[in-house]
Write a protein that binds this ligand. Structure first.
Ligand code: XUL
Ligand code: CO
Length: 439
């Protein structure tokens, strides 16, 4: 059965095309720096937003029909989602997907039954993967929807809930390995707290780290050689989440000795919720060798919540792709659209158009980031800005070959007032605009 019969294959038609169901900038096979665009960008479809989310929000019920002809929460529905999902990815030329356990199969009446559902559905997904060549980017376990996780999973006060979370993680790792995923994500949906009045923060964090160590040990024992990722987020659903931002998550990873196995999954909207730019979070991850994967979306800067909009801001995708290129590009990770069409964009055509603008925006971001690198003025400015560290006393600082006394004596020989040089932000912003809009 065909679910999206209004479109055959979404093709690249170039910047002048007015066809809403064509790419204007994403030209999958185009080579850039010796690598195809599709391999630079490694787009992934998020199972949850694309095949599950129906527009339900805090004020109203679903606006989108995601039943795909079946009764929701049945195995038949789960299978029709697989069919629809693979058709969707194939038509868009998306090569990867990501999932939570809860997205792909319904809950049974106990863990054993849920696990059986997961076995059956992953058999079916695997068949489709073999047929199409589409791959799994990463898997994860949903440890936030069920009421038992109201106080957290790894951070729960209840040892039984902790064990239940461990069981869910074990099974989600099994599914990820079975489907050949190159990543496993920990997004701490309920790993945080509402009030310190009832919380032992130190103990909760130690327990989370322990669970992660156990997950690594288990995954390695069954042959997983991909990366684990922590996905930072400052709040929502908890008032305060432990993986607040990239710097906080890196401190956690290093404090608990997880750095051999863990990197970060940076999400644009989570960055802005934390009061950072997307590129800031990418840079923090990159300079710590922890840029693993990206959840591509954008927030609305006028509202303080996680709107998970499809990325359309080319300025932001350009600066993001600049960070990703400078970090050497993706290895295990990719660009997962953790994005959903707006609630009134409720028809299947809208879902395609949402992906098309998201993919085109990142393709443009890639093209423009390369143009910025080739233009060279930004890199050159930064090099010159720190040039005083290339010779004399500056070089001694760079080489860690001096001390406070020597620096103080040197400073006394300088003619005052000193001039550190202008920052020239406006000039650099003009260069970016020129590269973005001159052709
Ligand atoms: C929630 C979020 C999650 C993770 C996976 O804000 O981003 O969907 O990406 O659990
Ligand atoms: Co995410």
């Amino acid at each position: 059965m065909e679910y999206f019969d209004f479109v055959d294959q979404v093709k690249y038609e170039g910047p002048k095309s007015k066809n809403p169901l064509a790419f204007k900038f994403y030209d999958a096979e185009r080579e850039i720096y010796g690598k195809k665009m599709k391999d630079h960008l490694k787009f992934a479809m998020a199972w949850w937003h694309t095949l599950c989310a129906d527009g339900t929000d805090m004020f109203g019920s679903g606006t989108m029909d995601k039943s795909f002809g079946q009764t929701p929460a049945t195995m038949d529905h789960a299978r029709s989602k697989v069919d629809a999902g693979f058709e969707f990815m194939q038509k868009l030329g998306i090569q990867y997907f990501c999932f939570h356990d809860a997205d792909i199969a319904p809950e049974g009446k106990n863990l054993a039954e849920t696990n059986k559902n997961l076995d059956d559905i992953t058999d079916y997904i695997k068949e489709k993967m073999d047929e199409t060549g589409i791959k799994l980017l990463w898997g994860t376990s949903n440890l936030f929807t069920k009421p038992i996780f109201m106080n957290g999973a790894g951070s729960s006060n209840s040892a039984d809930v902790y064990a239940y979370a461990a069981a869910k993680i074990k099974k989600a790792i099994d599914c990820t390995v079975k489907l050949g995923g190159t990543g496993y994500v920990f997004w701490g949906g309920r790993e945080g707290y509402e009030t310190l009045l009832n919380t032992d923060m130190k103990f909760e964090q130690e327990n989370i780290a322990n669970l992660m160590h156990m997950a690594v040990d288990y995954a390695r024992s069954i042959g997983f050689n991909g990366d684990f990722y922590i996905e930072p987020k400052p709040q929502e659903p908890m008032k305060h989440q432990y993986d607040y931002d990239a710097a906080t998550a890196i401190q956690f990873i290093e404090k608990f000795g997880l750095e051999k196995d863990f990197k970060l999954n940076i999400e644009a909207n989570h960055a802005t919720l934390a009061g950072h730019t997307f590129e800031h979070e990418l840079r923090v991850a990159a300079i710590n060798n922890m840029l693993g994967s990206v959840d591509a979306n954008q927030g609305d800067l006028l509202v303080g919540w996680d709107t998970d909009q499809f990325p359309t801001d080319v300025y932001a995708t350009t600066l993001a792709m600049l960070e990703i290129l400078r970090a050497g590009g993706f290895t295990t990770g990719g660009l997962n659209f953790d994005s959903k069409s707006r609630r009134p964009s409720n028809k299947p055509e809208d879902w395609f158009e949402a992906f098309i603008v998201g993919m085109d925006s990142f393709a443009l971001g890639l093209i423009k980031a390369v143009a910025i690198l080739e233009d060279g003025r930004l890199d050159q400015f930064i090099q010159e800005r720190y040039a005083s560290f290339n010779e004399g006393m500056g070089k001694k600082v760079r080489d860690k070959a001096t001390n406070l006394e020597e620096l103080a004596a040197y400073a006394e020989t300088l003619e005052e007032p000193l001039d550190p040089g202008a920052g020239k932000q406006e000039y650099l912003e003009a260069v970016v605009n020129q590269v973005l809009f001159s052709n």
